[in-house]
Write a protein that binds this ligand. Structure first.
Ligand SMILES: Cc1cc2nc3c(=O)[nH]c(=O)nc-3n(C[C@H](O)[C@H](O)[C@H](O)COP(=O)(O)OP(=O)(O)OC[C@H]3O[C@@H](n4cnc5c(N)ncnc54)[C@H](O)[C@@H]3O)c2cc1C
Length: 287
């Protein structure tokens, strides 16, 4: 099948994009890396009248520290983020997560903004945004607003973005001296979407956990945190017994949804196992 006829605009600035979105609303759709939108158009699951290509907008392609936050432009490719020394230093969770996304060809075209806007519950970066306490920066013809990650992901392929808005950047608190980042997913084959995955940020002092953000993906209709399991971890050392308990608790706390290939019990068991593996990995980094 081929896509319906559409008009194409190559935008040169975010101002041009938001003016067009303000005028056209839902008739227009942003094209970033095209890795999801183009196949969806070919299958006629998406039929925008006008495509606004944002891939040459330079202001969307920077990775920088701004007021102590790591700011990544929405147009940054997975491959650019993976290669950024600043990301390795400031948010190593992303450097750990990106190699798990699809295959190299897709990582060379797909963008962080596209991944967050798509809000696939099986995607890696939305869960990283939750674990990292990130904020998504949205722009419209009326101005900008910042949405914390937990308020941004509202369901399967459903976010807080309005028809007149675009993502321009994400702002991520940089890793602190006592924090450890850990990422793991379990899939059938390398490059496949995960059966379940986790992105953790754990803060320790004298080997005791003082705070934890445990985010999971491919478990429900959106990426989720496990705040009760994180609370159970807080104040404890990462002993085998604590790790086992926290893994079991996370698997009970999450409201799992089956996907096309994996049932709830599989996802639950995998969540328990990957939580244990991730916390064990983190415990080895601190000892
Ligand atoms: C074979 C295959 C395997 C894949 N495996 C994985 C995987 O393992 N993990 C994973 O996370 N993803 C995977 N993907 C999806 C891929 O990462 C997505 O294409 C990507 O997340 C979307 O990014 P994009 O830049 O290509 O966006 P596009 O396809 O251009 O756009 C996707 C959607 O986001 C909107 N959009 C894009 N940018 C913005 C913006 N700045 N503001 C507002 N809306 C915007 C578009 O209008 C569209 O609705 C896979 C894709 C393929 C084809």
């Amino acid at each position: 099948m081929k896509s319906k006829l559409f008009q194409y605009v190559r935008a040169e600035s975010t101002q041009e994009v938001v003016s067009l979105l303000g005028e056209l609303g839902e008739d227009a759709q942003i094209l970033a890396g095209g890795q999801s939108l183009v196949p969806a158009m070919a299958l006629r699951m998406a039929s925008p009248e006008i495509l606004i290509d944002i891939s040459s907008i330079e202001e969307l392609q920077s990775i920088e520290l701004v007021d102590g936050l790591l700011k990544i432009g929405a147009g940054c490719l997975y491959a650019d983020i993976l290669e950024s020394a600043l990301v390795v230093k400031s948010a190593p969770l992303l450097t750990q997560a990106i190699p798990f996304i699809a295959h190299e060809a897709i990582r060379n075209r797909g963008t962080i903004g596209g991944s967050l806007a798509l809000a696939d519950p099986a995607a890696e970066l939305p869960a990283c945004m939750l674990a990292l306490d990130s904020v998504i920066v949205l722009k419209s013809h009326e101005g900008t607003r910042k949405v914390p990650a937990p308020e941004f992901f509202l369901g399967t392929y459903f976010t807080a973005i309005l028809d007149t808005e675009m993502i321009v950047a994400v702002e991520i608190p940089t890793i602190s001296k006592n924090q450890c980042h850990g990422f793991l997913e379990i899939s059938r084959r390398s490059g496949d979407y995960a059966i379940a995955g986790g992105a953790f940020v754990v803060e320790l002092e004298a080997e005791r956990v003082i705070s934890a953000q445990m985010a999971y993906f491919s478990v429900g209709d959106r990426p989720v945190l496990a705040p009760e399991a994180a609370l159970l971890l807080t104040g404890s050392e990462l002993s085998d017994e604590v790790i086992r308990k926290v893994g079991a608790h996370a698997a009970e706390e999450i409201e799992f949804l089956a996907d096309l290939y994996n049932g709830v019990s599989t996802k639950k068991q995998i969540t328990k196992t990957l939580t244990r593996r991730l916390l064990t990995q983190i415990s080895k980094k601190v000892t």
